[in-house]
Design a protein around this ligand. Sequence first.
Ligand SMILES: [Zn+2]
Length: 463
Amino acid sequence: MKGKVVAIQIGAPSFVDEGVEACLDTLQKHASVNTLFAMTYSYKEGLSGRAWPPVDHGRQERSPEFHGGYYAELHPQYYRNTLFKDRISAVRAPDQGDFDLLGAVIPAARKRGIRTIPFLADQIHEDIPEFREMAEWDLEGRRLPQVCFNNPHFKAYLEAMVEDCVRSYDVDGLLWRSERWGPLSNALSLSRGDGPVKNTETSCFCPHCLKKGKEQGINVGRASEGYRILETFASTARAGQRPTDGYYVSFWRILLRYPEILAWDTFWYDSLRATYKTVYAKAKAIKPGIPVGCALPATISFNPFYKAAVSVRDLAKYCDFAKIICYHTDGGPRCAKYVDALRSTWLQDLTRDEVLALEYRIMGYSQGSYDEIRSNGLSADYVYRETKTWVEGARGTGLHIWPGVDIDVSPGEDDPPRSREGVRDAVLAAFRAGAPGIVLSRMYSEMTLNHLAGASDAIRLLA
Ligand SMILES: [Zn+2]
């Protein structure tokens, strides 16, 4: 186990509620943690909030309304060339008062030999007007609640935040996460596992993207037209109106008629890649020695379109590490819902079992039936296979693969059973597959200590 990374995702509320030293004590004792992914910039309660209902540690009462934002001190001099030049305090998270997550945690963690890697999430708050200026546009020119990677204001803001974070604190690395995917997947409702919901977030058609796309030789008018037709196909399919030639043939016919659909999807992923590169280049220019990496969404396990667009060899060019989500418990319902999403449009002519079998075949793992994975989750074998695929893909590059192991993610009534043994087996599987590290996910505040201890159980067995 020497040199292996045992990381955990943790937000400011845990340190505030439990105390920095007490929190670090718990993490070392129950999970042998040697790396913190400190939730420094997040607008998602599931990353940087408190758990509700409460677990067996932390604050036992419900939080006031969650807001999110940046949980460390902001330094205005870095934001002079951004839309926030006069009011960067607008992105300071108000939830934990003036608690400085990085200022308080880094020195205390380092004394114990624990590394701290700030985690910056690709998120915004819709109530902050500057974000509207950076937003993606849908086909109708409506602003979406997410930033456009080709928006120069966003690029300036992201670079400023990376510089602020890396210069202001003695960080041991940096992680930037984007849990989004291209317009093709969005048009087909291929979300990360929310089922066949109507998705109107086909993007981005803002002036910056249209200009850049044109410069690259893409017929953006045809791309827009193709996506309108694809959206109509998808909504008609969701309504159960079968085309004469069937769903698959009709979908393929649209792609043949509008190859610009794929060009625009690739354009979106190229823009995502450019953003990864921006983060990497900025951080490395300041501190060349620190590892800079990314966190990939659970979609990577379920969506072949996403996996094709984000290749491991390519990631290795601008990431030192990648956290890939391999959630054995939560992955079951997510995979099942993903099957529902696939069946809602272009694969509607297949039965649920056929889609699931196809999914297993093309994504390289095999688990139980639809009902079984929905009720019981996935097994440690899924963690093993998924990790192995990534580790082998990265072989010969400098990219380190750190699988994310789920512990009590977003507890609900219909969850598959969660257990200490399940965590132990998932951690063992990840290391057995050759991973140089793991990330206990999604956030410490929602993990029960007994389940968390499954990580230490595994580490003891491996020692
Ligand atoms: Zn755009």
